[in-house]
Design a protein around this ligand. Structure first.
Ligand SMILES: [Zn+2]
Length: 149
């Protein structure tokens, strides 16, 4: 495969039927649909990722992926959530924004040493490139902007 053919390729789970789909995020605005159920693959908002999907969706992505490690009971995480929505919307087609519920994904949370939440990690080419702990809105905006530059 040439570089062009792998550009923007990500594997994400359909939010409606749960089937894994290979999608080119660069074409997110063309409203890609699930190959199985035909419903839209919504890439302009954070996608939920579990232990099971982390490898394929986050580490296997050919675009930067910003991962929000959170929990439902965490107050500051609720401050981060709308910012993640905003970043996903703003950078649609250039990066992926995903959410990992640390209570439901102990494997990945352990692997990346998540000790306090919210923890936000930017992955590029399957590697952690930057990490932000707590609610740091300016830092998150600037690291997202740098990642897609
Ligand atoms: Zn589907």
């Amino acid at each position: 495969m040439t570089q062009d053919e792998t550009d923007g390729r990500v594997t994400v789970r359909c939010g409606f039927c749960g089937t894994l789909n290979a999608v080119d995020v660069a074409r997110a605005k063309d409203r890609p649909t699930c190959g199985d159920c035909g419903k839209p693959m919504l890439l302009d908002r954070p996608l939920k990722v579990s232990d099971e999907d982390f490898e394929r969706t986050v580490l296997g992505a050919s675009v930067p992926v910003l991962v929000d490690f959170y929990a439902d009971w965490c107050g500051p995480c609720r401050l981060v959530a709308p910012l993640m929505d905003e970043i996903a919307h703003e950078h649609v087609g250039k990066m992926l924004v995903v959410k990992v519920d640390t209570d439901r994904a102990p494997g990945v949370s352990g692997r990346y040493g998540i000790r306090s939440i919210p923890t936000l990690i930017l992955f590029e080419g399957g590697q952690e490139s930057e990490r932000s702990v707590g609610f740091e809105p300016e830092r998150l905006r600037s690291l997202a902007a740098r990642a897609v530059a």
